[in-house]
Design a binder for this molecule. Structure first.
Ligand SMILES: NC(=O)C1=CN([C@@H]2O[C@H](COP(=O)(O)OP(=O)(O)OC[C@H]3O[C@@H](n4cnc5c(N)ncnc54)[C@H](O)[C@@H]3O)[C@@H](O)[C@H]2O)C=CC1
Ligand SMILES: O=C(O)C1=N[C@H](C(=O)O)C[C@H](O)C1
Length: 251
């Protein structure tokens, strides 16, 4: 069997180290490069990498993906910090490299993907919604990419259903008390030693509360999603945003 030649960028980080292990153990993959900070990206080309798993930092991801796109290396990206401007830039590189695929997954956890889908479905049935994301205190960004994506999906579903902005008569006496406003959805970020990655989406209406909660108890929880992305990305040229597009959610 021909094995997929896979590299990991950010290989010495928390997620990268886990991805190195998962790729090395996958029977249909060969780990051909493990790139850390300071290592030359040309190693990817020298090693003949077909797919690069990118797990670094919002400050580093764009340079790494530009290199991959220019060299026709498919990308599976977990790094956060995506804005529409960044996505436009990435789409530009991919337009110049037809045949190259990039998957950006705000969250590789299967349960997290389902949480986002269920939140999107529930959004139009409730007057109020708030998101609480809870992570380890070494996380570089806040709010999490998952929380931002969840809020965007909820806001889109509310708009589509013609719902008005949710009522909030509170005048915050302390800045930040109501969290960050992501397209009208309040998002609260908790950073606490002992946590890994967790999220609650709270919906409320008269007399009832509906809560969706997902917990990643360790980083192994993200690896089936990473491997799914690696296996599928080469067959889907261009940019794919969200692992749900590689899962048969409606089947
Ligand atoms: N999509 C998902 O399911 C998940 C995404 N993440 C995201 O993945 C990213 C990494 O998270 P962690 O592993 O916890 O961070 P980390 O800080 O433990 O690891 C990042 C690694 O990248 C390295 N690095 C930085 N710049 C680099 C460069 N230019 N080239 C090569 N290596 C470079 C750092 O030295 C470090 O070893 C974050 O953006 C995080 O939010 C984390 C967990 C799950
Ligand atoms: O940094 C993390 O740990 C995580 N980052 C991603 C995010 O920002 O959503 C995914 C998961 O929450 C873990």
């Amino acid at each position: 069997m021909k094995k997929l030649r896979v590299a990991v960028i950010g290989a010495r980080g928390r997620m990268g180290a886990e991805a190195v292990r998962a790729v090395a153990e996958a029977e249909d993959m060969e780990l051909v490069a493990a790139i850390g900070r300071g290592d030359a990206l040309t190693e990817l080309v020298d090693a003949g990498a077909e797919v690069a798993v990118e797990l670094t930092h919002p400050d580093a991801v764009m340079g790494n993906l530009e290199f991959c796109a220019r060299h026709g290396i498919h990308g599976v990206v977990g790094t956060t910090g995506w804005t529409s401007e960044r996505l436009d830039e990435l789409n530009g590189w991919l337009a110049d490299s037809p045949g190259t695929g990039v998957l950006i997954a705000p969250n590789f956890g299967i349960g997290a993907v389902l949480t986002m889908r269920f939140a999107q479905q529930a959004a139009r049935f409730f007057e109020s919604v708030e998101i609480v994301e809870l992570h380890h205190p070494d996380k570089a960004d806040a709010p999490s990419g998952t929380a931002v994506r969840t809020a965007q999906l909820i806001a889109g579903a509310r708009r589509e259903a013609g719902l008005a902005a949710q009522p909030d008569a509170t005048s915050a006496s302390l800045a930040g008390a109501r969290g960050a406003d992501v397209e009208g959805v309040p998002v609260h970020a908790v950073r606490l030693r002992g946590l890994v990655a967790h999220q609650e989406v709270l919906f409320g209406d008269e007399g009832e509360i509906f809560t969706l909660r997902h917990d990643s108890m360790n980083r192994g929880s993200f690896m089936p999603g990473v491997l799914l992305g690696v296996r599928r990305v080469g067959g889907v040229p261009g940019l794919t945003f969200g692992l749900e597009h590689f899962m048969e959610l409606d089947g």
